[in-house]
Design a protein around this ligand. Structure first.
Ligand SMILES: [Zn+2]
Length: 275
């Protein structure tokens, strides 16, 4: 599932290629039309001739703001890729994968494709995110806003929740943008075990979490952007320290990395150096 770093890197990479540009055509793969939370015919009719004014991210959603020429009302294309959604920016001559859900043709002979191999993504085409995208207003602050928020505000926010740390980090009402993969990485960085209860944290452990969240997220954005061969549609996460590394050696202490849960949704951590 793409999380904040993948979506942030995507925004940085494709934002400049689509912002200010006209959508010239939109097509929906009939086999995947059920993923659109909006009548499919209208989708293909409404999008062309609109201009993408900005590409932003909110939590795990990519948000394409659009407007019609002549100052019509703005509308937003909001996509939550969930488990198997990926974006692909391609020239028109690149073969369309069978996982394609929709394609936007964008002026300058570009195609922005949304692919989904799990058919769980959620696609909204709305005039008001707050009213029309479920859970929109429940999202907490962006997980990468933790550093500017400051330790005291973070602590106060943290203490409102009772979850185990793993669930806490994945709770979008606590912070938006972190899911199963980066919660493992953040807890590894903070040296905290995922099943610890929030209330068991000592003040210095709260601070370790406060420091680990922005560090892990920004480092991941940098790694993704620094990889010239990175393909959004494949989502390479081999750079991670513990996530999906069950049975391998901990890069920090040499202990064997533990895994709980399925191979698809694993929870990974190191019993040697996380407390
Ligand atoms: Zn370790």
């Amino acid at each position: 599932m793409p999380e904040l770093p993948e979506l942030e890197a995507l925004r940085i990479r494709i934002g400049p290629r689509v912002e200010g540009r006209l959508i010239t055509a939109a097509s929906v793969n009939p086999k995947k039309a059920h993923l659109l939370r909006y009548p499919v015919d209208n989708f293909a009719l409404d999008l062309p001739a609109r201009r993408i004014t900005s590409l932003t991210r909110r939590g795990k959603h990519m948000v394409f703001a659009t407007e019609l020429g002549g100052g019509g009302a703005p509308r937003w294309l909001v996509i939550n890729p969930m488990l198997g959604g990926r974006f692909q920016m391609a020239g028109g001559d690149t073969a369309v994968p069978s996982t394609e859900v929709f394609t936007l043709r964008i002026e300058g002979k570009q195609e922005l494709r949304y692919l989904d191999f799990r058919d769980m993504g959620r696609i909204y085409w709305v005039g008001d995110c707050s009213q029309e995208v479920p859970g929109w207003d429940l999202q907490g602050p962006e997980a990468d806003s933790v550093a500017p928020m400051g330790l005291d505000v973070f602590r106060t926010r943290l203490r409102r929740f009772r979850d185990e740390l793993k669930d806490l980090l994945r709770n979008q009402e606590f912070l938006a943008g972190v899911g199963n993969a980066y919660s493992d990485e953040i807890l590894f960085e903070a040296r905290l075990l995922p099943l610890r209860r929030r209330a068991s944290l000592k003040p210095e452990e709260e601070e370790a979490l406060f420091r680990a969240i922005p560090l892990v997220l920004s480092r991941a954005v940098d790694v993704i952007l620094a990889n010239p061969n990175y393909e959004e549609s494949k989502q390479d996460r081999t750079f991670m320290a513990v996530h999906m590394k069950g049975g391998k050696t901990c890069p920090r202490c040499g202990h064997r990395i533990s895994q709980i849960g399925s191979n698809r949704e694993p929870l990974n951590f190191c019993r040697g150096c996380q407390l």
